[in-house]
Write a protein that binds this ligand. Sequence first.
Ligand SMILES: [Zn+2]
Length: 335
Amino acid sequence: MHTAGDVRVEEREDPRIVEPTDAVVRLTATCVCGSDLWPYRGVEPVDHQVMGHEYVGVVEEVGSEVRSVKVGDFVVGSFVISDNTCEICRSGYQSGCVHREFVAQTIGTQAEKARIPYADGTLVPTPGQPDEELIPSLLAASDVLGTGWFGAVAAEAGPGKTVAVVGDGAVGLMAVLAAKQLGAERIIAMSRHPERQKLARFYGASDIVAERGDEGVARIRELTGGLGAHSVIEAVGTQEATMQAVGATRPGGHMGFVGVNHDVSIPGIDLFFANIHVHGGPAPVRRFLPELIRLIWDRRIDPGKVFDLTLPLEQAAEGYKAMDERRATKVLLTL
Ligand SMILES: [Zn+2]
């Protein structure tokens, strides 16, 4: 991305092994993330930035110390590089690894190949070469599914719980899927787009709330006997969505926030009187990848449906445009 709104596909030098813990992956598919729209829209600064952090592909080369993935393996990687061995990783927070590196900032996987540092800690091989039809779902696991899943786990979605999801982008829809898988009793999706409402229902939403802001909060309270939801997942990152999530969570309930924050400030006094648990941040996707790959491999979940536009990598600029104009929820780029 040269500057806001200016995406170009250009030749770069082929990545190669630099550290003995690296792998070079030839990508099979990649995609455009909702968070890529922040710089695209000029909300985040951008200056000749490599783009992309979601990826699946085949390992082409490994460094001398790589043990758990080998050349020829089909792998799914997390959008945060992690060693998976430090104390933070072992506690399940690979997105806070002492060696963390954000793929989006330095690697850029909207590309044909990528050098992945800490390959053993970042990449997870699939049980075999996947069928073509599984590729979108495996790609979703790399970020949106893993992030929605973390949102649901952070919000403690589970049996007997009413879960509300703020945001109907790919992550919000994946949070609905996750809440369903985790056994939530009732799932309220907040969405005003008919197509996305339909997809939310497909993934397990039992109720749809189209209202936003204070009206949205009032509607959630109305649906929950005046109490608010047990679990609320914030999957947008704006001030309005965040306050909607805080307001929709019942006292003692849990709010999971996974939308990348932009100029959000929660008034301390509101948080104080809300009496809620708040947990979130960049998702430790690596923690969930083995389980998510298994669920996809066994065809028990179908997260790949969030991709509603597929383009060749050369047309990446059109992919950004389609998402920016909300003509597409999520764009898959093929190679
Ligand atoms: Zn670590």
